[in-house]
Design a protein around this ligand. Sequence first.
Ligand SMILES: C[S@@+](CC[C@H](N)C(=O)[O-])C[C@H]1O[C@@H](n2cnc3c(N)ncnc32)[C@H](O)[C@@H]1O
Length: 304
Amino acid sequence: MRTNDDQWSITDSVGRTALLVALGRALETRSDTALISDPYAAQFVADSGETDLAPERIEALLDADDDPDLTRAIDLLRNMMAARTQRIDAALTAANDNGCLQVVILASGLDARAYRLPWAPGTTVFEVDQPAVLEFKNQTLDRLDATTAATRITVACDLREDWLSALTGAGFRSERPTVWLCEGLLPYLTSADQERLLTTIGTAAPAGSALVFDVPRASFDLSQMDFQAQAFGVEIDELMLDVGEFAAQDWLEGNGWTTGSDSIGALLTSYGRSSEVFTEATGDTDAAAGTVGDSIDLVVAQRR
Ligand SMILES: C[S@@+](CC[C@H](N)C(=O)[O-])C[C@H]1O[C@@H](n2cnc3c(N)ncnc32)[C@H](O)[C@@H]1O
């Protein structure tokens, strides 16, 4: 049960969703046809002690293929994370090349982009998430002696509170062009908190800034994802507070941003991988029901 001020560790509630998407990146990284490479993802999953999520175990289940729902769940997770990660990597790199030397990753979870991407000299990557999530993440990165081309600063706070003051206190400069990322975040906030979050970003994003996020469409059918999350011990329908109610992209267009978007399915196709995995993943042969890949958008917005 979610509350207005709930907190979590990496293994429970919303925290566990960060482990789940890291598992997706780990599985994609280990596959023969990987679109992305995130060598940290499997380390995070291993260090969590959640042995049911170990990539080796999941791959063995996939090979055995004796539970069609589970096979679909794994395929869905891996492909979603492949498309989402690839597109976001490209968007952040482009913004950084275009002069955004501040990168703010809101709800950073186990995102290892601070270490994975080739940041321009002088780049600072800020990561904002709940204290226990960042503490867990930093322990693994310290153990691995991970090095980054950027300066990485973590800011432990709640995104329903005054996170901009915490960010500014950590050295963020609101007058500088910044690329902002909200990946896998919006549905875990209420509509009101989403609008507040975007409003706050707008106050700290001068022209030349960019904003990248993924968001379910109003047509998104949570039950199509439910079976996937449950296979990994995540009660997604209890954790998500707003699925497609707040029209984030439209709101941005009316509030100083120019936006463009692609569905996750379209992105996957553009990367040369069939988006049919999403149709199969739903287990639903009724085309009218749509697919998970077609009902989640990846939005890239530029500050006017
Ligand atoms: C699905 S995970 C996504 C993590 C990361 N962005 C990624 O894609 O790998 C959701 C993340 O949102 C964070 N989160 C959700 N609501 C939050 C809040 N109110 N304050 C801080 N972090 C929050 C969680 O702690 C978790 O790390």
